[in-house]
Write a protein that binds this ligand. Structure first.
Ligand code: KIV
Length: 274
């Protein structure tokens, strides 16, 4: 049995195992989760990485952007998720405003998440502009995953959620950032919503794994937001999104069934009563 084998044992996936997967050409399956129950369910499915993404701002809290979510919110979501996940590597997003401003704040935020949640690694959005923050967090012994391309915390700078790095200048900057993140010691880089050709190029150029979302099939792995891919937000259907279920319909249908049975007193039955 190889060290990267996805054999559903209870031992935790490590960043070294993700590297071994890239080296062996085995794809990395990553998905988000934000609570104990979802963490347990996605872990049982054999995902390699569970990301407690700041997309929790959207899918758990109903905000339009990821900007309002706080470090305390992320810590609460992460604590529950970590308790549910037995095997996958749990990575937590540092939220907007907790690492961009100062190196001290970045390290304090990073240390708080690691200390209070039991997660294994962090993800930060950005390249050269947060170089020193990444260096210092890595120096504190905390594994860091980079995130380039469409970085939703910068939505106001971009003016929307469109595909990034379509032109040569931005593509070159992204490639330089990716090489820099690798050189600093990041264990992986998320590539969000960039042309598939560029993602393939970056993936070939790097020795560390790339994990794509809306970045084509040639990255070393894929990540999706769990509520989106399960069809719990069926109004949200960017080009890269595939529904692997229609759980939203199932939930609403099942709860409607429950409501009906409460109203017409078919639930609970005498067998379901004490
Ligand atoms: O917050 C998130 O869920 C993410 C992924 C979409 C990569 O950053």
């Amino acid at each position: 049995m190889s060290s990267y084998s996805n054999n559903h044992t209870t031992s935790k996936v490590t960043t070294a195992q993700l590297q071994a997967m890239k080296d062996a050409g085995e794809k990395i399956a990553c998905i988000t989760a934000y609570d104990y129950t979802m963490g347990r369910l996605v872990d049982a499915a054999g995902v390699d990485v569970v990301l407690v993404g700041d997309s929790a701002a959207n899918v758990m809290m109903g905000y339009d952007t990821t900007l309002p979510i706080t470090l305390d919110d992320m810590i609460t979501f992460s604590k529950g998720t970590v308790r549910g996940v037995k095997r996958a590597l749990v990575v937590v997003d540092l939220p907007f405003g907790y690492y961009q401003g100062s190196i001290e704040k970045a390290v304090d935020s990073a240390v708080r998440v690691m200390k209070e949640t039991g997660a294994a690694a962090l993800k930060l959005e950005g390249g050269v502009e947060i170089r020193e923050q990444i260096e210092r967090i890595l120096a504190a012994g905390i594994p860091v995953c980079g995130h380039l391309g469409l970085t939703p915390q910068s939505v106001n700078k971009f003016g929307g959620y469109g595909v990034r790095a379509k032109g040569d200048t931005e593509a070159e900057r992204l490639m330089n950032d990716a090489r820099m993140l690798q050189k600093l010691g990041c264990f992986a880089v998320v590539l969000e919503k960039i042309p598939a050709k560029l993602a393939a190029h970056v993936t070939q150029a790097l020795t560390i794994p790339t994990i794509g979302i809306g970045a084509g099939s040639d990255t070393d792995g894929q990540v999706l937001v769990v509520q989106d891919m399960l069809g719990m937000n069926e109004g949200f259907k960017p080009k890269f999104m595939r529904y692997f279920g229609h759980i939203g319909e199932t939930i609403t249908g099942s709860v409607a069934d429950y409501v009906g049975q409460v109203k017409n007193i078919t639930y609970p039955s005498s067998d379901e009563s004490y």
